[in-house]
Design a protein around this ligand. Structure first.
Ligand SMILES: Cc1cc2nc3c(=O)[nH]c(=O)nc-3n(C[C@H](O)[C@H](O)[C@H](O)COP(=O)(O)OP(=O)(O)OC[C@H]3O[C@@H](n4cnc5c(N)ncnc54)[C@H](O)[C@@H]3O)c2cc1C
Length: 377
């Protein structure tokens, strides 16, 4: 373990790796610590893999517009990891949807997200009694296994980035010199690294180091989530379906396993909790400690009411992860980034993307922060 590094990044998920690469262009030495034995194994692998131009956010104009802006960049930068091979359908039910079909179409047209009525042959997949309308949209899936490979190749090429696996940062303390001292647990003992800036990119563990360091806790909501992995009938292998906007479901290709993920707004979150400074709970330790019992039968029973063919799905297994959102996002299902510069400690910065292509919004914030520092000389 190096004793000094200009930058220390906590977390080797997609955000930690991307930000490490970005900062390696501005600083001499960047160190990334990841507590697991491999990078990008947590939320950066266990997610529904969708990238799109705003369709999932008809109730948040800001998130929809940021998606519209970031989608082409992400698809361009990570082209080799993008699966475009499927047709993507968004369906709006007659009842319980928080938007009507007209509102959905109008919203997408206004933000200039490509949308068209689904052809009759595809509309027939849906129960006409329950579904008001179906649209053809431009949504892709990213292959998180390929994305990991690509990111690790870039990190290896960068030369001034050192990625430490099995390296858990436990706390950070300020030194009189102005440097930050991070304490890191590895299989061969405890180490410390001194750095100018620490970037906390730990998603559901965002409050772990601040809690240990006696820094303020950021209000976060965590959900224990389950996505079922299913083999879909051949006739819909190259289709992704989202029924929105309310207590409905999505079935999307999951490229690393060549299967589909099925998520359901009501049954994917098993339960939730909020970070609380009085009784802070380590989200990953909790996740590891609890038994997980699948909700698949509930998910599929409801989903097949809307798309009868789904009763032919074969369940393979489930992907489980802690999903973390900002409590305010519950109102409009938005996904803004969180960026806390000097989060209770000078040069200790906490950030969270919310969705994968938000990474550009985070690097924009970092650019603004660093240019402010340069201006001060
Ligand atoms: C069920 C689900 C579905 C989702 N669907 C989508 C989707 O369809 N599209 C989309 O864009 N986004 C989706 N997301 C969100 C997306 O997964 C996240 O925004 C993104 O992957 C977060 O990346 P990250 O690097 O911040 O987090 P992570 O990938 O979780 O990385 C954080 C890393 O920090 C490490 N770590 C934690 N604490 C420490 C420590 N103390 N020391 C060292 N390392 C530490 C962890 O081991 C982990 O590897 C979904 C998320 C979930 C859970």
């Amino acid at each position: 373990m190096d004793k000094h590094s200009d930058i220390l990044i906590i977390g080797g998920g997609f955000f930690g790796l991307y930000i490490g690469l970005y900062l390696s262009g501005h600083f001499r030495q960047v160190t990334i610590c990841e507590k697991e034995a491999d990078a990008m194994q947590r939320a950066s692998y266990v997610n529904q893999a969708r990238v799109h131009q705003g369709y999932h956010y008809p109730r948040s104009i800001l998130t929809a517009l940021r998606s519209k802006e970031n989608f082409p960049k992400f698809v361009h930068d990570f082209n080799a990891c993008i699966d475009r091979s499927f047709t993507k359908l968004y369906a709006i039910p007659h009842t319980f949807s928080k938007v009507s079909a007209t509102q959905f179409q109008l919203f997408m047209s206004r933000i200039k997200a490509p949308i068209a009525p689904a052809p009759a042959a595809l509309k027939k997949l849906f129960d006409a009694e329950l579904i008001e309308d179906v649209f053809l949209v431009e949504e892709f899936a990213f292959d998180s296994a390929k994305l990991k490979k690509l990111m690790l190749n870039k990190i290896a090429e960068a030369k001034n980035i050192s990625l430490k696996l099995n390296a858990k940062v436990t706390t950070v303390n300020p030194l009189q010199s102005g440097a930050l001292k991070a304490t890191i647990q590895t299989p061969d003992g405890e180490h410390s690294v001194l750095s100018h800036h620490v970037f906390n990119c730990t998603y559901s563990q965002l409050n772990f180091v601040p809690h240990n360091a006696g820094l303020p806790i950021i209000p976060l909501k965590h959900e224990l989530t389950e996505m079922a992995l299913v083999e879909v009938p051949d006739s819909i292998k190259s289709i992704g379906i989202t029924v929105m906007c309310g207590p409905f479901f999505s079935i999307m290709p999951f490229p690393p396993r060549n299967l589909h993920t099925l998520s359901h707004v009501r049954y994917t979150p098993h339960h939730y909790w909020h970070d609380n400074p009085e009784h802070y709970m380590d989200a990953h330790a909790y996740f590891d400690s609890i038994p997980k019992q699948t909700n698949y039968s509930y998910m599929i029973r409801d989903a097949q009411r809307y798309v009868p063919l789904l009763k032919e799905c074969a369940y393979v297994d489930s992907l489980w992860e802690v999903k973390t959102v900002l409590p305010l996002s519950e109102v409009d299902d938005s996904r803004p980034i969180l960026f806390r510069k000097d989060a209770g400690l000078k040069n200790f910065h906490s950030l969270m993307g919310g969705k994968i292509d938000n990474v550009y919004d985070v690097t924009d914030e970092i650019t603004i922060m660093l240019s402010g520092e340069n201006d001060k000389g």
